[in-house]
Design a protein around this ligand. Structure first.
Ligand SMILES: *Cc1c(COP(=O)(O)O)cnc(C)c1O
Length: 391
């Protein structure tokens, strides 16, 4: 019998908050005008977008004219990398550096570019899920156009040494892009202090709706358009502005960045107790560094079970979690993140990721610590893979 429910898949997506929804609502109905129109409801939209751009810039330590609205994290990642290498191709810069455990929005963009004559270096990550800045430096060549390393990994939550990597890139006059989608609201971001040239964020990961994102591009950096058409976004990204989404992501970002300390204080002890509690289950291991990880991520491998079966059992008990990333769910390939940190296929298939929200509480913790071991036992009892922990 299900007695409680916990949504623990915040890295997949988050609900739109009431404050964000209220800020957005007028732009669907009475203030529906096109921001490019010269009559009043058009102007009102233009003003709202101007405001949002300034507010977002302030939250990230950027200038308003460095902020571009996109359709989300995937578009921002695609645009940053494709746009930068296209703008640099006349300088014969045909080399890209990234890491083996990036989000597919970065990895598949790089693969696409490999098919179009670019060369890509995929840096390894350590067994605790960290990128070594020295590896970045060693990989830089005279024809390197761009380095793209994520701020926070979406599966194992590890926080990367972004500012050091950015510094190295600048010493070598190489552009530095970071996918900061999972960083927002968890760690401080200041694009100038952290030596970031381009940064991607996605609204739906921090209580704005799906389908709105931002790409920050430092002043003076020229990137080619990804979307051609009208003159919106300073001529760099065509398409009638999603005013409601833009107002929503601005509100959500403002709330997220003003609660970072509070969120960390509240969630870190829960995260640590969850890790300790779940590691009591025989045959488990933590994936990703224990300390250098965001406050709301727990990722463990559980010997002798199959991740997807566990997710389905947990769902019947009212717990929503994930195994691998949502994007690779449904595919039989093991998570590329877990194989990048050295897990065998089998342990990569037996992972459980819990990513929880700001309101996570003691009851949620106790419920997870009761239900997960019960489900694991059930699965192990019927599993040919489980031999009681003696491998
Ligand atoms: C979710 C996510 C994305 C994709 O963002 P969308 O807005 O869903 O396209 C990119 N990178 C990371 C790290 C993510 O977690």
């Amino acid at each position: 019998m299900q007695t409680h429910s916990v949504y623990a898949d915040y890295s997949a997506t988050t609900p739109v908050s009431q404050e964000v929804l209220q800020a957005m609502l007028p732009y669907f109905t009475e203030s529906f005008g096109n921001a490019s129109s010269i009559y009043q409801i058009g102007r009102k939209n233009e003003a709202a977008i101007l405001n949002a751009r300034a507010n977002i810039a302030q939250c990230l330590g950027a200038d308003p004219k460095e902020i571009y609205f996109t359709s989300g994290g995937s578009e921002s990642d695609n645009w940053a990398i494709k746009g930068a290498v296209d703008a640099l191709k006349m300088q014969r810069k045909r080399h890209i550096i990234t890491t083996a455990f990036e989000h597919h929005a970065v990895l598949n963009t790089c693969q696409f570019l490999e098919n179009h004559g670019f060369e890509v270096t995929y840096l390894p990550v350590s067994s605790n899920g960290m990128v070594n800045p020295q590896d970045v430096e060693k990989a830089i060549r005279s024809d390197t156009a761009i380095v793209s390393v994520m701020c926070v990994n979406n599966e194992i939550g590890t926080i990367q040494p972004i500012s050091q990597i950015g510094e190295i890139c600048h010493e070598h006059s190489v552009l530095f892009h970071t996918d900061a989608v999972q960083a927002i609201g968890n760690i401080e971001i200041d694009v100038k202090q952290q030596n970031i040239d381009m940064l991607s964020i996605s609204g739906h990961k921090f209580h704005a709706p799906k389908g709105i994102g931002v790409l920050y591009v430092r002043n003076g950096i020229n990137i080619s358009n990804l979307i051609h058409g009208g003159g919106q976004e300073m001529g760099k990204r065509a398409g009638t502005e999603n005013t409601a989404g833009i107002v929503g992501i601005s509100k959500a970002l403002e709330i997220a960045v003003s609660h970072i300390a509070e969120k960390n204080e509240r969630l870190t002890p829960f995260r640590n107790r969850l890790i300790e509690g779940l590691l009591q289950i025989k045959g488990t291991r933590l994936n990703g560094d224990r300390i250098q990880r965001v406050c709301n991520n727990v990722n463990i491998s559980i010997e002798g079970i199959e991740g997807e079966s566990l997710i389905l059992l947990l769902d019947m008990q009212g717990i929503q979690a994930s195994s691998g990333s949502a994007c690779s769910a449904g595919s039989l390939e093991p998570s590329h993140v877990l194989t990048a940190i050295g897990l065998e296929r089998e342990s990569a298939h037996s992972s459980l990721r819990l990513t929880f929200g700001e309101n996570f509480n003691e009851t949620d913790l106790q419920y997870i610590l009761k239900v997960v071991p019960e489900c694991v036992e059930k699965l192990r009892n019927i599993s040919p893979l489980w031999k009681g922990g003696q491998k």
